[in-house]
Write a protein that binds this ligand. Sequence first.
Ligand SMILES: O=C(CO)[C@@H](O)[C@H](O)COP(=O)(O)O
Length: 228
Amino acid sequence: MVASPLIAPSILSADFAKLGEEIAAVAHPGPTRADWVHVDVMDAHFVPNLTLGLPVVQSLLKSTDVPIDCHLMIDDPDRWAIGYAEAGAYNVTVHVEAAADPVMLAKNLRAAGAKAGLSVKPGTPLEPHLETLKHYDTLLVMSVEPGFGGQSFIADVLEKVRTARRLADTGHLKLIVEIDGGINSDTIEQAAEAGVDCFVAGSAVYGAEDPGRAVAALREQAARVRVS
Ligand SMILES: O=C(CO)[C@@H](O)[C@H](O)COP(=O)(O)O
């Protein structure tokens, strides 16, 4: 388990006309700084939404020193994911439902200098993928159907978080456990109790008047649960 909970604001809920400023708002040193910035890449095939791609990510990487956490909700990640790793993304997450050879993909991402992340949709069980997960650095448990921000948290997925936490704590997997979807002040505590390390939050951060303060408040709330 990471020492302090990680907060990763999702720019899906930010103003796309001023992404640089929106990221800068959570990049000031101190408690209001995001640990990672979560960038949702959607292709309108794997999910019914279209966002941005590699050229935008390359520009974002030049504009900030906050580690970029790329979540690829795309078909054929075996072909496209490597570009994000080569561009300098800190963590590149692909969907197990979309990857043809997730083990090879993880090896390629790591060889290109990124952490390798594997994501599961709410309805995808973890058990068939436990061997594959040995090759990954992060597990992104989706707590909404991927595609849109502002949806309600699906608490059933916390069972997968508990399983991953147990396997990580007993040394069977070496993973950062990340959760994505519907994370806010009402839901973060149950996710923290289940063993999440990294909390992705879109509307709870970019819908707030002060995104940096929202980051600090979420981190504090998660940390309180973990020590109590
Ligand atoms: O990947 C996704 C949605 O597919 C997420 O990253 C959302 O951007 C999270 O937004 P909120 O549920 O926190 O508003």
